[in-house]
Ligand binder design. Structure first.
Ligand SMILES: [Zn+2]
Length: 188
């Protein structure tokens, strides 16, 4: 039985026994907060618990490493949509220690793809066409620097609403402890 089969089986019971009732809320975040964090499995439940977030409290955007690779990519779009359309007013970038994106280099993935027997000629063609595969698959060297970098991209974005607070933090995946890297203060 694959995971998805187990999920489908559980899901029928979940709906039938109306377990959804305690999660009912709206699409607008109660705490007016949008969080960009990492997809790390240790944070799935830990992060909301450690921040006292319940269903409906915050928009949570996740990817590998809480990285914003492009100021006009999908992560930044999600942040902008949250701020304009979904009543969020404050942004927190939350990286974490021991992140799988630390030290990641493109060749690590390319080597595995080769071992997997994939034909890499199309990737080579993409590289030839100007797509920077190395940059696309590259992680970062220091999680705190990466958080600062993401905060900087958000703060400099030409569509960021005035007076939006943008903070940078790092969470421990072991204890849930938050370390403040950059705290934004309301503009006086
Ligand atoms: Zn991570």
């Amino acid at each position: 039985m694959s995971s998805i089969d187990q999920i489908m089986e559980f899901n029928q019971q979940f709906v039938k026994s109306k377990q959804y009732e305690k999660y009912r809320t709206t699409r607008y975040p109660n705490k007016k907060l949008v969080i960009l964090t990492c997809m790390d499995t240790r944070l799935t439940e830990m992060l909301p618990r450690a921040l006292n977030l319940s269903n409906g409290d915050a928009k949570i955007i996740k990817n590998a490493g809480a990285v914003i690779s492009h100021p006009f990519g999908s992560i930044m779009r999600s942040i902008i949509v949250s701020l304009y359309q979904l009543q969020a007013e404050e942004v927190a970038v939350i990286g974490h220690y021991d992140c799988g994106m630390t030290g990641l280099r493109a060749n690590m993935i390319m080597d595995k793809a080769k071992e997997n027997g994939l034909d890499l000629s199309q990737i080579e063609a993409a590289a030839y066409a100007g797509i920077d595969i190395d940059k696309w698959l590259e992680g970062f060297d220091d999680v705190e620097d990466n958080v600062r970098h993401s905060v900087e991209i958000i703060k400099r974005h030409p569509l960021l609403p005035k007076n939006t607070l943008v903070h940078g933090l790092v969470i421990s995946p072991e204890t849930g402890e938050l370390t403040m890297i950059e705290k934004d203060e309301p503009y006086q």
